[in-house]
Design a protein around this ligand. Structure first.
Ligand code: IFM
Length: 442
């Protein structure tokens, strides 16, 4: 049982960095040269949801490309010390080899303003989206296509490096090709590591800021705790999505089931910190082709009006997973909760920050935390999951901080919190209306 009002006081290490995260396509709007934009226009995208109850195109998203000056003030006003954002390759190079200098100037102005407000900026160079032309060439699935990414980075890096305090080459590079797709995606996994390594070494030529790629750190859990097959497939999922990457970055050995191992000296040690995106645990059922099991019944809250696996709270997973990453400093580059009732976000935040503090007490060198997300935004196929500390009006784009946003500001100011802090922002624990379906889902 969790009682967030009785959480003991915690103080984070001196210099701990507090911030929030976003990604270009999810907030900017009109990202028309990207493959994602193109997909959103096609009828295929809506085939399972012809009435478009859930699915929607990104459209203007949060209109951040226009409102970025105000958003810098919003970030500063909420007390954030750091901000993780991504730069849209498809804006900088909308056509192959054609550079859009106005787009570069836009990002430089955004970075300059953030730095001028004392905000440390972490930049993600590839957050799921890229130019349509690159996609049509086969994107990262073709090893040879790395040269296009290299040319882009060589153009961009000297223009922005002086503003950047931390780098992610690729967002969630470990989940490309799916999380449980088995051995067929080994070549893509190898490629992703090599693209990461390429970015790592290139950045080193221009910047002294630490570099990593964000890792979607799933806490895998067997559906039937004592079932040998569920246990083994849980270990398999963990190996192919987590340990494969950790081992490769530590040793240069790319060891994947049913594939001849390779050694790549460029991959070995190609990181300065572990960049962890942590949300929840996933249940593994060895008897299902995709391994994906429904969660425990008591975890089946419907906090948004659609089935969505990221609603579960499993803060303990943060401790268990971070304990595996003791050899480099850690930044939590994403962690957050999607819910319509902001009170769930407050509970989520309090529990995960408590768990994070416990990981630090256990000796993990966690240097910072970026809440996902600064504002409600486009969740890749839909606007329904609301992750924001700040609400965004879908018509006027007006930003309104939520109670969780004010609580987070207070936590940042105090570099810690206690159950008593939480109580000032939450009069009672949240509950869902009885009419909501609590039944079977994801
Ligand atoms: O919105 C995404 C983000 O783009 C990558 N990490 C998970 C988030 C929530 O689903």
């Amino acid at each position: 049982m969790y009682d967030v009002f009785s959480l003991p006081p915690v103080t984070f290490p001196k210099g701990f960095l507090w911030g929030s995260a976003t990604a270009g396509h999810q907030i900017e709007g009109d990202n028309v040269h990207s493959q994602a934009w193109q997909n959103e226009q096609s009828p295929e995208f809506y085939k399972d949801d012809p009435e478009r109850r859930v699915r929607a195109p990104s459209g203007k998203a949060c209109d951040h490309y226009r409102l970025y000056r105000e958003d810098v003030e919003l970030i500063a006003g909420l007390g954030h010390q750091a901000y993780r954002m991504s730069i849209e390759w498809s804006r900088i190079e909308p056509d192959q080899g054609q550079w859009d200098h106005a787009a570069v100037a836009h990002y430089v102005d955004l970075l300059e303003r953030l730095v001028a407000r004392g905000i440390r900026v972490f930049v993600t160079l590839h957050h799921f989206t890229h130019p349509l032309w690159f996609d049509q060439l086969g994107a990262f699935a073709k090893a040879d296509n790395r040269r296009y990414f290299e040319r882009y980075l060589t153009f961009l890096l000297p223009k922005i490096s002086s503003y950047v305090s931390g780098w992610n080459v690729i967002n969630e590079f470990n989940q490309w090709g799916g999380l449980t797709a088995g051995v067929s995606i080994a070549p893509l996994k190898f490629n992703m590591l090599r693209i990461h390594a390429l970015g790592y070494h290139l950045i080193k030529q221009y910047s002294r800021a630490p570099v990593s790629s964000a890792h979607a750190f799933i806490h895998w859990f067997p559906r039937r705790f004592n079932d040998t097959l569920d246990q083994r497939m849980t270990a398999f999922a963990d190996f192919t999505t987590n340990e494969f990457f950790f081992h490769a970055l530590r040793t240069g050995e790319l060891v994947y089931p049913n594939v001849d191992a390779e050694y790549d000296p460029e991959v070995k040690g190609a990181l300065d910190f572990w960049s962890v995106n942590y949300y929840t645990r996933h249940m593994v059922d060895a008897r299902l082709a995709k391994l994906d099991a429904p969660r425990f019944r008591h975890k089946q809250l419907r906090m948004i009006p659609m089935p969505f696996y990221l609603e579960e709270m499993y803060p303990e997973g943060l401790i268990a997973n971070l304990e595996r990453l003791r050899d480099y400093p850690v930044y939590i580059t994403e962690n957050g909760c999607c819910c319509d009732d902001d009170r769930f976000r407050i509970v989520y935040l309090a529990l995960h920050l408590s768990a994070l503090h416990e990981a630090i007490e256990r000796g993990v060198e966690v240097r910072g935390y970026f809440y996902w997300s600064l504002m409600d935004n486009y969740e890749w196929t839909t606007f329904l999951p609301r992750f924001g500390l700040v609400a965004v009006d879908p018509h006027t784009y007006q930003r309104t901080p939520k109670p969780s946003g004010w609580l987070y500001r207070e936590i940042i100011g105090a570099n810690g919190f206690s159950g008593a802090t939480v109580r000032r922002f939450l009069s009672e624990l949240p509950t869902l209306p009885l009419s909501e379906p609590h039944g079977q889902r994801d």
